[in-house]
Design a protein around this ligand. Structure first.
Ligand SMILES: Cc1cc2nc3c(=O)[nH]c(=O)nc-3n(C[C@H](O)[C@H](O)[C@H](O)COP(=O)(O)OP(=O)(O)OC[C@H]3O[C@@H](n4cnc5c(N)ncnc54)[C@H](O)[C@@H]3O)c2cc1C
Length: 305
């Protein structure tokens, strides 16, 4: 299983395979299991359905590792438009984006300027900008950039991955700046030098970090579909008398909708990560890698088509 995950994550960086998957009608259709569509209109429709079901949304226009400043600026403009559209449509939604989509590979200063303009747009609408966390080669730059932007406009938050050894220290650092954190397990291929190789250790660290975040007095997001992590979070909130309104669960579009609905029924705040856009390939591959059953679903549908 570990080997399969590794292969899928390696393939997620392969341009030839990406072209084949993206241009194939069957795989494009299958991507809809995890991706709301290729257009903002489709994502707005999916967001409206989530809101109608009592769930909040964070919208992500898929894309990463842009090669030119013009591409990064284009992504920034898309996100500015998303904030405007969320406001026009009166959706209960905010925005998530990746720094490599905003030019982090090109220049930190350039990227920071774009993020600042997005954070200011978020502030103008009393909304929120979440900076997704990518692979560990970007962690330090991402944490530092979020802290700097946050010092100017507080409506920006970070993501911390429980599989990294450094995450406990990053959380204490971010909390000292009053930063809101989304806690997830981590979706990239990482070496044992930087990340816990064993799932049980990742899960143990997740619970430990969740127990640090929840009573910190800031509004955090517990992003997981793991029933055990969710139960531990509910237990911790009850123990520490933390109100259901003082944190939120977050889950991915199309994943464990049964748990999403149950949490809403139980009175918890649930936010759905709704990704859309044409650059869905790496995101789709990471979702396949998370669960081998997804791969057999993919292969079965492909053979049938
Ligand atoms: C809102 C949100 C934002 C995220 N942002 C980031 C980020 O910025 N950076 C980052 O590295 N990672 C991010 N992730 C991904 C995260 O790191 C994990 O890879 C992913 O959530 C799977 O971990 P899990 O906590 O659900 O636990 P797991 O132990 O992986 O899964 C627990 C159970 O959840 C279900 N499940 C999990 N994944 C899938 C799937 N793909 N398809 C079907 N069922 C599934 C299965 O039932 C599985 O048994 C995000 C996740 C969420 C929910």
């Amino acid at each position: 299983m570990v080997m399969l995950r590794s292969i899928l994550l390696k393939l997620s960086e392969n341009k030839g395979f990406a072209n084949w998957v993206i241009t194939n009608g069957t795989t494009r259709r299958m991507s809809h299991r995890f991706v709301a569509g290729e257009t903002l209109d489709e994502a707005i429709q999916a967001s409206r359905q989530c809101n109608d079901a009592g769930m909040l949304v964070t919208l992500d226009c898929l894309g990463e590792n842009v090669a030119t400043p013009a591409d990064a600026q284009k992504a920034r403009d898309t996100y500015l438009g998303i904030f405007d559209r969320i406001a026009q449509e009166k959706l209960k939604a905010n925005v998530s984006c990746k720094l490599t989509q905003l030019g982090l590979d090109l220049s930190v200063e350039f990227c920071e300027g774009l993020v600042l303009s997005l954070a200011e747009r978020a502030a103008a609408y009393e909304s929120f900008l979440r900076i997704d966390m990518e692979s560990s080669i970007y962690t330090q730059r991402t944490v530092e950039l979020v802290k700097r932007v946050r010092a100017q406009t507080p409506c920006v938050g970070a993501v911390i991955q429980a599989y990294l050894y450094r995450s406990e220290s990053d959380i204490h650092d971010l909390l000292s700046y009053g930063c809101r954190v989304r806690l997830c397990k981590g979706a990239y291929q990482e070496s044992a030098e930087v990340a816990f190789p064993r799932k049980s250790d990742v899960d143990g660290n997740y619970v430990k970090l969740m127990r640090t975040l929840l009573p910190s007095g800031f509004y955090h997001a517990i992003a997981t579909h793991d029933p055990h992590m969710i139960a531990e979070t509910i237990r911790c909130a009850a123990e520490k008398k933390i109100s259901k309104d003082d944190f939120e669960f977050q889950m991915l579009y199309g994943v464990r909708t049964d748990i999403q609905r149950q949490l809403v029924c139980d009175g918890y705040r649930v936010r759905i990560y709704v990704p859309f856009g044409q650059e869905w390939f790496p995101y789709f591959m990471r979702r396949l890698a998370e669960r081998p059953a997804n791969l057999s679903f993919f292969v079965r549908n492909f053979i049938r088509s």
